[in-house]
Design a protein around this ligand. Structure first.
Ligand code: CUA
Length: 167
């Protein structure tokens, strides 16, 4: 079968690009261990309280040690539950000292949501039935928006909170 020279060039570059793509993907998945933030940790979305981290009193920011914090978040349409303050008002802002190591743990009670602290590496998909977690060092002071970046319904754009990293 006769193949035109340009056809061979395009075919070869297509196959090379495919192999390169699969190699990069395989390197990330198997060597670097890149995987979804849920880490395969399951939770019953209808009974999240069974998990200590997601009991009402444990939601939001908790200091566990010097410069170590945990933030537990329950995402649902269209709100991030970060617990309540002394007056019973829902918390929509958390303050973390600069340089602290923070473990974000989140789950959803209904549909897939996102959890992104815009401008940082905190960027997770939050799925019902799974616990998503990521640990980061907050090294840049500033006010960040914790925002849902997975379209979850009509109130998607109202799903946000504030994370302040102070000096
Ligand atoms: Cu929750 Cu979009």
């Amino acid at each position: 079968m006769h193949m035109h020279k340009y056809e061979k060039i395009w075919l070869t570059s297509g196959i090379v690009a495919l192999i390169l793509f699969l190699l990069i993907l395989g390197f990330g998945a198997f060597y670097l261990g890149t995987h979804p933030q849920s880490h395969g940790v399951r939770i019953d979305p209808e009974n999240i309280e069974a998990e200590e981290a997601f009991r009402q009193e444990n939601l939001g920011l908790t200091k566990v040690d010097d410069d170590r914090y945990i933030v537990n978040v329950v995402a649902s349409s269209f709100n991030y539950d970060l617990g309540i303050d002394e007056d019973g008002t829902p918390i929509d802002q958390i303050r973390i000292p600069k340089g602290a190591t923070v473990l974000f743990q989140a789950t959803s009670t209904d549909v897939v949501h996102g959890l992104n602290v815009a401008g940082t590496n905190v960027n997770m998909m939050v799925e019902p039935g799974y616990i998503s977690s990521i640990e980061v060092e907050m090294n840049s002071a500033g006010e960040y928006t914790l925002v849902c970046n997975e379209y979850c319904g009509v109130g998607h754009h109202m799903m946000y909170a504030t994370v302040e990293v102070y000096e």
